[in-house]
Design a protein around this ligand. Structure first.
Ligand code: ZN
Length: 282
């Protein structure tokens, strides 16, 4: 830990953290020294970005290659009506700068692919000082979800997973510091493209990603603090219509293609992510 001290403005800004034994000035310094890459500045990414910025996470990367559309505004609350047609990363970065000048926000207007992910996250180059401690998967597609899982599992970077569908959501956390599990232990392969409809086709309750994203932000803050019990080895499922939460235990699967005993996937370049995220035949 460096000797980063909280100044008077920071002591005031973070006073409700600092007065708690579980956080204190030490915990707040951990947050200020933390770095998080949020993949997707949409429905899930919005509350993640907002709460991590407010909490004083020191470096916040945001990746997205989309522009804001008016139909996003029903749930993607980091963007406003004036941001329509702007790149989402610019709009989200402006929000962060206006909220908390302590946060070094990095906007990456690109797509997370097997070609870009290592540059973005910096997981395989231990020398890099601009790599990230945690990746938050706030994406809306299977290719990105499986890529983030495989990359973070193979390079030992903590990953927060969140997903939503109509009125239901799921969240879990993969610290990737030991015995797993990973996302492929639960869902070994993505469904065939086109078999699972997206938000644009089926709709989504606007507040649903707010609830799920807030849980992801909670997990990231706890991870950076080293406090509490993470959703590690547990998948939390939320049903907004019944307003019920259910947690199921998940274990490392010895047959998992990425973290199992005899893994087929030893590099993200073994996988064709744009199809069903299986080991590519070429
Ligand atoms: Zn696994």
């Amino acid at each position: 830990m460096t000797d980063l001290r909280l100044d008077a403005t920071q002591l005031e800004r973070y006073s409700r953290h600092v007065i708690m034994d579980e956080v204190g000035p030490e915990g707040q310094r951990r947050l200020l020294e933390g770095s998080v890459l949020v993949v997707g500045a949409g429905g899930l990414g919005s509350p993640v970005i907002q709460y991590l910025a407010a909490a004083g996470v020191g470096r916040l990367g945001i990746v997205d290659d989309d522009v804001v559309e008016r139909s996003n505004l029903q749930r993607q609350i980091v963007h406003g009506d004036d941001d329509v047609d702007r790149p989402k990363v610019e709009s989200a970065a402006d929000y962060v700068r206006a909220l908390n000048p302590d946060v070094d926000v990095r906007a990456h207007e690109t797509r997370v692919t097997s070609e870009t992910i290592d540059d973005l996250v910096g997981g395989t180059d231990g020398e890099r000082t601009d790599g990230y401690d945690v990746v938050v998967d706030a994406s809306d597609n299977f290719a990105t979800r499986y890529l983030c899982n495989d990359y973070c599992t193979l390079s030992g970077i903590a990953l927060s997973h969140g997903a939503i569908y109509r009125f239901e959501g799921q969240v879990t956390t993969f610290p990737n510091d030991g015995d797993g599990p990973c996302y492929r232990c639960i869902f070994p392969e993505a469904p065939e493209p086109g078999t699972v409809p997206d938000c644009a086709t089926t709709g989504v309750l606007g507040v649903l990603p707010g609830t799920v994203g807030c849980i992801q932000a909670t997990e990231v803050v706890k991870y950076l603090l080293g406090a509490g019990e993470l959703l590690e080895g547990r998948l939390l499922m939320y049903d907004a219509m019944g307003l019920s939460f259910e947690t199921v235990d998940v274990r490392r699967n010895p047959d998992c293609p990425v973290c199992g005993d005899d893994p087929e996937i030893e590099s993200i370049h073994d996988v064709g992510y744009e199809g069903s995220c299986t080991v590519s035949s070429d």
